[in-house]
Design a protein around this ligand. Structure first.
Ligand SMILES: Cc1cc2nc3c(=O)[nH]c(=O)nc-3n(C[C@H](O)[C@H](O)[C@H](O)COP(=O)(O)O)c2cc1C
Length: 629
């Protein structure tokens, strides 16, 4: 088959290189949701104003998220012939100083986080002269990472198809269309061992093969970008930072299974991702990379965005399909599986954002390359949003098989508060489980996490320290799934309510030891009998905390104590006279006027008025408020 790929892509690549590696000063600001939330939008405007005022010859661009969300706003500065440096937590007040230094041709060293190595047209760029600033890959946050899905994130302008192509984009699609053999694509994905990154870890190639072998000729392919887990934002970031990688993977998938129509199901709460996707789909179509006769190969493929209303259950594949069909997201029993009978009864492949974003790299570099990363049975990398009580939060991509310890302690930098010990990690969101710090030597892979009572999930990883009550955590998650249950099946609708009621009794000091037995019994019943994955996995946080943190449950029910000092009904607050300096901050901030005392005299809490909100604990500069637990 003759396709016009090479020359068309070369043209795009050439343009992309001129903006990636311009001959003038280039300042790129991370403008994903995390960057914007940290002030990058204002910063961008101020940079523009200040550069205009000074008449600086400057190329100012917005990129996506580099992953180090903790350090946002991140500003990446490139001086032609002098290298490239990343600056962290930049604020508007830094701009004048930065531009002054750059105008004199020297690198500002304040707020310099790392040197970004760079290949340019003329070979390796000269490294900046900043002896105390490490290379990006030397930072502990990045040192153990292996970026496949995130390789472009934060480094390209997500609106620029040219920059995507200049970094190797669309070569994989061109390659498969040139080859003209969809089965070979499926074989490559099977051989790579790629497993779905949406949670279950089903082999992607096998799913594609099942779908491609159906007799029905109308087939669909859907990218699942619903991402409803609390604490998870991997898919949003990939869509905001590198939308073309997902679109290219989806297009390759469509070609492999013989689909003419693809969908991206993305939640309404992701407006930036939707905007960037819309733009990217239009640009791809304009360049002949979507639509009729793609790259003149004879392959027709279009993609439609469907905006979900933000129900967690709509991430479940059969509910997602129902949501596209009718607008109402209720799951249905499986089998039949969507690959055989899905959207409008037609064979349908559904894969996660990151699954699709991995596909182009496998096609280009080969299955063997992919299996060389990770561990047997768990090839490749996995992306996590590392959040909670950990020092360095952000988006990380690591080879499967890395230990939880390496992820949390080495990459994440350990506990956020250095005087607090990390106690547990929650993987897999509300469908996952809480694993104790004693198990941090476990390998991050589908089977190990599942045997330990959690799941890989789509990539949310919430770290908790000693100040977290595990009973309260279980109650939070079951409260979430209870609200998100669609109500179609009784075990999920009623079971999550019963579990939530029991846990509410326990955290308010009204639980009994019999409640723990009941809790276990109901949780097991919901797991076994619920209709869909939401109900079947909803008890995981409860069962895993019962398994690993039983003593905390016992303390709540038998001793009416919350060892973590969280559950309001089970704690008391007292001001320690020896430590109180009489500053009066606690008295001023107490929302219920429960604290009395004269200036410079020891203060006292009136326990009958105290609502145990712990605001006094947070504001006391002397640590004088003791939590009785
Ligand atoms: C309650 C529930 C929510 C889910 N949410 C998502 C989601 O947001 N994104 C996702 O890719 N998969 C989600 N899944 C898994 C999907 O049902 C499906 O297995 C996945 O999209 C398949 O893609 P993969 O093979 O690439 O992992 C969810 C499953 C359940 C039970």
């Amino acid at each position: 088959m003759k396709i016009a790929s090479s020359s068309d892509l070369e043209k795009l690549e050439k343009i992309g290189r001129t903006t990636l590696y311009p001959a003038q000063l280039k300042i790129s600001i991370g403008m994903s949701t995390c960057g914007i939330a940290a002030g990058a939008g204002v910063l961008f405007k101020r940079f523009q104003e200040e550069a205009d005022r000074r008449n600086v010859d400057l190329m100012l661009t917005a990129t996506g998220c580099l992953g180090y969300c903790q350090k946002e706003p991140l500003v990446d500065i490139r001086m032609p012939g002098k290298g490239r440096v990343l600056y962290a937590r930049v604020i508007a007040e830094d701009i004048a100083g930065l531009l002054d230094s750059l105008a004199s041709g020297s690198w500002p060293d304040t707020k310099a986080l790392a040197i970004i190595p760079e290949e340019t047209e003329s070979g390796k760029d000269t490294p900046p002269e900043l002896p105390d600033v490490p290379m990006l890959a030397e930072l502990p946050f990045f040192a153990r990472q292996h970026k496949i899905v995130l390789k472009n994130c934060g480094l390209i302008d997500p609106f620029s198809i040219e920059e995507y192509v200049a970094r190797g984009g669309y070569r994989a699609l061109a390659q498969v269309l040139q080859d003209g053999n969809p089965q070979r694509v499926i074989d490559a994905i099977i051989q790579s061992g790629l497993r779905g990154r949406g949670g279950g870890g089903f082999p992607t190639g096998r799913k594609w093969e099942i779908c491609s072998r159906t007799d029905e000729k109308t087939r669909f392919i859907i990218c699942n970008a619903d991402e409803g887990d609390p604490g998870a934002y991997m898919d949003r970031t990939v869509l905001e930072s590198d939308p073309y990688s997902v679109i290219e993977g989806l297009t390759i998938g469509g070609y492999a299974i013989g689909a003419g129509q693809g969908f991206i199901y993305v939640r309404n709460e992701y407006p930036l991702a939707i905007e960037r996707l819309r733009h990217s789909l239009a640009r791809a179509a304009e360049q002949g990379l979507l639509g009729g006769n793609i790259l003149q190969s004879g392959f027709d493929f279009t993609v439609r965005i469907v905006q979900g209303a933000g129900a967690f259950v709509c991430g479940e594949e059969t509910a997602l399909i129902a949501s596209i069909e009718t607008g109402g997201g209720e799951p249905r029993p499986k089998p039949p599986f969507p690959a055989e009978s899905g959207l409008w009864g037609k064979p349908t492949v559904i894969n996660n954002v990151k699954t699709f974003a991995t596909v182009p790299a496998i096609i280009k570099k080969g299955a063997e390359w992919f299996t060389s990363i990770g561990i047997p049975g768990n090839a490749g990398t996995v992306v996590f949003s590392l959040v909670g009580q950990v020092a360095d939060t952000g988006l990380v991509e690591v080879p499967l098989g890395l230990s939880l310890h390496e992820l949390i302690e080495t990459i994440g930098g350990g506990s956020l508060k250095k005087d607090k010990t990390i106690k547990a990690v929650q993987t897999g969101g509300p469908s996952g489980g809480c694993l104790p710090a004693e198990l941090f030597n476990l390998s991050i892979d589908y089977e190990t996490l599942s045997q330990a009572g959690s799941i890989m999930g789509s990539g949310g990883m919430v770290v908790m320290d000693e100040d977290t009550c595990m009973v309260d955590v279980a109650r939070y998650f079951i409260g979430f799934t209870r609200k998100e249950s669609c109500g179609k099946c009784t075990p999920c609708r009623e079971g999550t309510r019963i579990i939530h009621d029991i846990l509410s009794r326990i955290v308010s000091g009204e639980g009994s030891p019999q409640d723990l037995e009941l809790l276990e019994e109901v949780a097991e019943w919901v797991k076994k009998t619920a209709l869909c994955g939401l109900g079947q996995t909803a008890p995981n946080p409860v069962l895993s905390t019962l398994r690993y943190f039983r003593s905390e449950y016992d303390a709540h029910v038998s001793e009416k104590r919350c060892p973590a000092g969280v559950c309001r009904s089970l704690i008391t607050l007292t001001i320690l006279p020896d430590l109180c300096n009489g500053c009066g901050l606690c008295k001023r901030e107490c929302p219920n006027e429960a604290i009395s005392g004269k200036k410079k005299k020891v203060h006292v809490i009136n326990t009958s008025r105290c609502i145990r909100c712990k605001i006094c604990v947070d504001v006391c500069p002397e640590g004088a408020i003791e939590i009785g637990r």
